[in-house]
Design a protein around this ligand. Structure first.
Ligand SMILES: [Zn+2]
Length: 442
């Protein structure tokens, strides 16, 4: 028989189908298997939504239930590079610090670094992430073992004879069959297109064609720095979004990370295509890349999610901190306190992010949706008095307020205890692996 749970009475905070934020006090939530069967004010209706008596009843006093969050951009195994080179400019940081360490990466580094990041995200109420790094199968394995949703990148480039880069569409096809159709339903596969500046020009149209022919998601960094935009203008005569479109991208679901430096025509291009912009406020500030104008994106009709980027440029994976920062940045830079209200950023971190990553049934606490949810316990000084629950979650809470997290109907954390990951072993082994990667700065 399938697992069933009844949670309540509890405060539900959730976006609805039209992305309006909804608060239901003293609500009941019924879960059967991996689906939410009912979420609303009636205990009677919640019970009727289940085939028999609930397998488990969970109280919700002084608690809020909200969707699990979606981290729309990151490089999870970079947890291993955390707190190693704090205050370097992007180019120096990459060349002197990141690349030498990444040369020592092996399968196990990525596996343990991924588990470490997943421990952290699960503790912070995040149940899904978009992932772009090396040894992607090690990340997929970590996600399957943790019960974590992952849309991960597959690199289809290979260096052949004479240093020629070859593409391997067969590999992508195979990975989609193996992982995207995995019975767990937890995984999606994206084609890795690092950015407009890293590959030779003739590769891009071929990659775009492969993505389109396989209906494959794409993840790409777009207009992260002013330099990137200037270089693109110099090389191609137009800005990154238009050039990517001209190469044939944006025909399939695309996660465009950063988008810090956009003009009106860039925004039109991103708005008219199936693109999720992943906004990474901490990373953009820490690397001195600038500040993305999120309200302008939303006005233009772009879908925007929230990401942490890698732990090497953040240096944590807590979307609660990103929500607060995203809202404050929008207000502060415009001198307008009405910009990017709490409900808008909570939407970005949950429903928008899940949809843009291809998990359309997730991101809402609503009958029919996947049981991807978190419970926040607000009986603590920083959240007393609670006041408006949406404001409390975005401005007062942090990841430590999350008590429990469920993904796909399975508890990954209950009462702050991780249930799918041996945390002690992960902390120990990941620290060892990080030590092995560590080389002195040049
Ligand atoms: Zn990135």
């Amino acid at each position: 028989m399938m697992n069933s749970s009844l949670i309540g009475p509890i405060t539900v905070v959730t976006p609805d189908e039209n992305l309006r934020m909804k608060v239901i006090e003293a609500a009941w939530v019924a879960i059967l298997g991996n689906r939410i069967m009912y979420a609303g004010p009636s205990e009677q209706s919640a019970l009727q939504a289940l085939p028999g008596l609930p397998g488990e009843r969970i109280g919700g006093q002084q608690r809020i239930i909200l969707p699990a969050m979606a981290n729309a951009h990151g490089h999870i195994p970079m947890t291993l590079l955390r707190n190693q080179a704090g205050d370097y400019a992007l180019h120096d940081w990459l060349c002197k610090f990141v690349f030498p360490r990444e040369q020592r990466l092996r399968q196990q580094s990525v596996y343990w670094g991924s588990l470490l990041g997943m421990c952290e995200m699960i503790r912070n109420g995040t149940g899904a992430a978009a992932e772009m790094y090396y040894f992607h199968e090690a990340s997929a394995l970590a996600a399957l073992e943790s019960g974590f949703r992952l849309n991960f990148c597959c690199d289809i480039k290979m260096t052949g004879e004479n240093n020629e880069t070859k593409l391997m569409p067969g590999l992508l096809e195979d990975q989609i069959r193996q992982y995207q159709q995995h019975p767990s339903g937890l995984l999606r596969v994206s084609m890795l297109v690092h950015s407009i500046y890293l590959y030779k020009a003739d590769l891009y149209p071929q990659m775009a064609e492969i993505a389109a022919s396989l209906a494959c998601d794409v993840q790409v960094h777009v207009s992260e720095t002013r330099q990137e935009v200037e270089d693109c203008l110099a090389q191609y005569g137009c800005r990154p979004p238009r050039q990517l479109e001209q190469f044939g991208f944006f025909k399939t679901r695309t996660i465009a990370a950063h988008c810090v430096h956009l003009d009106d025509s860039d925004r039109q291009i991103l708005a008219r295509n199936p693109v999720l912009v992943a906004h990474n406020p901490s990373s953009n500030l820490k690397l001195g890349s600038g500040m993305a104008d999120v309200p302008a994106m939303i006005r233009a009709g772009i879908r925007v999610g929230l990401g942490t980027d890698g732990a090497a440029s953040n240096n944590n994976l807590d979307l609660y901190r990103e929500m607060r920062l995203a809202s404050f940045l929008a207000k502060g830079t415009s001198c307008d306190a009405t910009r990017l209200p709490a409900a808008a950023v909570l939407n970005m971190a949950t429903c928008q992010g899940m949809r843009g990553m291809g998990f359309a049934d997730s991101g809402r606490i609503e009958a029919g949706c996947l049981a991807d949810l978190q419970i926040v316990h607000y009986n603590r000084p920083s959240m007393t008095p609670l006041g408006d629950p949406v404001e409390a979650l975005v401005y007062s809470a942090d990841g430590n307020c999350v008590e429990s997290l469920m993904v796909n109907g399975r508890w990954l954390m209950r009462g702050r205890e991780l249930l799918t990951i041996d945390e002690e072993r992960v902390l120990h082994t990941a620290a060892k692996e990080a030590e092995r990667l560590n080389v002195p700065l040049a």
